[in-house]
Ligand binder design. Sequence first.
Ligand SMILES: [Zn+2]
Length: 869
Amino acid sequence: MQFIFRSSAYFLGICLFLFACKTVSTTSETVGNNREVAVDTSGLALSSNRKELIRDKEAKIREYRPSRERDFDLLHTELKVRFDYSSQSVIGEAVLTLKPLIYPQDELVLDAKDFDVHRTSLHLEGKSIPLSYKYDQEKLTLFLPEKVERHDTLKVNIDYTAFPERGGKAGSVAITDTKGLYFINPDGADKDKPVQIWTQGETEHNSKWYPTIDSPNERQTNDFYLTVPDQYISLSNGTKVSSKNNADGTRTDHWQMSLPHAPYLSAMVVGEFAAVEDSIDGLVLRYFVEPKYERGAEKVFENTPEMVRFFSALLDMPFPWPKYDQVVVRDFVSGAMENTTLSIFMEELNLNEREALDSEWDYIIAHELFHQWFGNYVTTESWANLALNEAFADYSEYLWLEHHKGRDEADMHHFNAIEQYMDEAEEKQVDMIRYYHEDSEDMFDNHTYAKGGRVLHMLRKLLGDEAFFEGLHTYLKENAFSSVEVHHLRLALEKVSGKDLNWFFNQWMLSSGHPQLKVSWDYSQPDNILLTLEQLQDVSRFPVFKIPFTISVYKEGQRFEQSYTMDQAFQQFALENGPGTNLVLFDEYSEILTKREEARGAQLMEKQFDWSESGLARVEALDSLTSNFSETIDFLPTMGRALEDSFYVVRELALHRLNRLNASEEQIRQLEARVLEMAEKDVNSTVRSAAIEALAGIGGAKYAPLFYRLINAPSYQVSGAALTAYLDIEGNDSDKKELFERLKSEDNIRIIAPLADYLTIEKIAEGRAWMQEKLGLLKGESLYYFLGYYGDFFASVEGVPTAEAISSLGGIASDHRLNYVRLAAFQSLFGFIDDPGVLELVKSIQSEEKDEMIREYQDYYLSPYLEGR
Ligand SMILES: [Zn+2]
């Protein structure tokens, strides 16, 4: 599964005040002799201490999350389902084939949540015997007429109606994510939304729509017969083997999955979709989207064949399943989900052809695809080991970027993931593999994903590519169609590499924390530089890490690498680098997951910028030079080189900093031609848009004709930047009016945002209807960004009635399904806070908010208005 993580910075730039009150609780160890018959108070303290310790340790036993015990082996599920759109229910008939795993059994317990069970029976040797059962809305216990042995195969039949909307933890915010099956716009009342059904099984939610053993350590083959209204298509796991029209205007599609997979990976999608067909080496690939996004989907998913080819070659293992479909649905509950042969994506991947030019969704496509090996072919035995699915899927994003765009872009992605993990580590530090956790949903965090991917990166660097990827091949091959825990991975890698890896797995996966490294240098002997490393983390909670690392030595135009291992908390290394050394760098590619402290002056940063072959290290150096040393840097050569850098992030950063440095007009003028060239021709749209912004800063008016022309650029990024720059120039009123008329029907936020800004700045009250229309049209992140513009317009343009805006914002702030959109609307309401009733409105919205994190942010906005009133 792919979550879209939103850092605290995303939530409108508030930093970590929410977590500041959390303190770390540590249980101090008791030292002393408890057997002493003590009547004094210290003895009482000891015995109460012992009681406390025992309570803690007993609690620990209760918190342990074992893998599910298996009484039966579920072999096959035959399922016939149809849908009642009016009551949002699923009418199903399931036939499950099972065997006792080893011990004789006289009852069978199935997961079946919020069903009406109509009939249960047992098929044994050609007979059908009604079964008595017990049902508590979660577990369906079938009482077998006699004990069955391990060599018996039984078939049980369950007729039921499932109500995904029922049940759940009342009042919990998680409830919307645990329905298992979702009816989207089932009555068709929303004219802007298609009618769809889709499912989301992870973690244990598919038992909301069919009876099963809903555990990742179970696996089954299946035949699903989906009866759907004839105007819709159906999608499911495996291949569609037949399709039959029924007299009542429905159609029954038979989907067959003949290779075993875990129940949480079952899926169905029903709706109106266009299909883009593709293939690679005989494997059928299809991309399903709403019909109007068909041309966009050709572009958004265009790298899928190459990804399949690349990953298959890397793992030396062909795609393990008979086909691969990807479908984009509405209102999805996470980023995407890797159901076997059928990945489902959130609607942000619905792009029109022009938007698709700037599509940045390759990483999520790679992530779900890699899961087809890591997660689906070989599956974690329990959610405690979720990293065995997600760390690999996360790391596939790096692998794909490295292959497709080069190491620098991959390293940038890697660096962002480190930041995400470090952000989360401020708040909690837990083991990556966690047998102790409260709720399985808690496992879907940046420890499992971002840290997991970084740990695999270190493992790859430790073993080398050949051993690492061959080890993964062995791991997959030896555990095909099985469930795994972390040791399976270690044993496979040890087998192939011949190395012991216990220490690595213990410190990175089975312990929490990360090294906090202090790096210092002594250059007094330039031929033999002394490196001092110190681990500063709290060693009462975290390990002293064993850290293999690399030093890069740049000498006489050549680059050398020297390898070392740190295995003490404080350690010094004499580098014996020899004469003619220009530069030495510790962990040049930021491979180690660490919070690094290293004092580096301007001179060193300049050298790092000039010499380093790592794009990431050059970004770091340029960032430091232009922020920490902006007074002293040699502006022209540094910026001149940065604008020519092969890595686009360096070029983009240089453009963003260009007008913020202490440069003379003359110096800027010398770079202007290059910036102009970048605005016109850079291969990267992000860089082009940054170059347009830089030109606007240099002297907007003279570039008006250029900006006006670039508004027509195919890329929305370029076009939007040009539009912003043009509208910011004073004058040209009639041209601006004409532009508004020409572009007002666009529905891309990069165009809408500058137009909205224009209406507000020019105080064009007639823009009211357009603002309202766009508010109704935008979704997700676009809506999030638009809400600020919308609020500004209604709050600041005179003569515009505010009641409509307040009511729209109030509705979004209370009801929108996305928490960050609710929060943005809530914040926009403060533009009207002095209007009658608005303070009461925001207070009541806050009191109704179910999401605790959002409520705390709301508190923050609200607090100044509560004091003194
Ligand atoms: Zn995933």
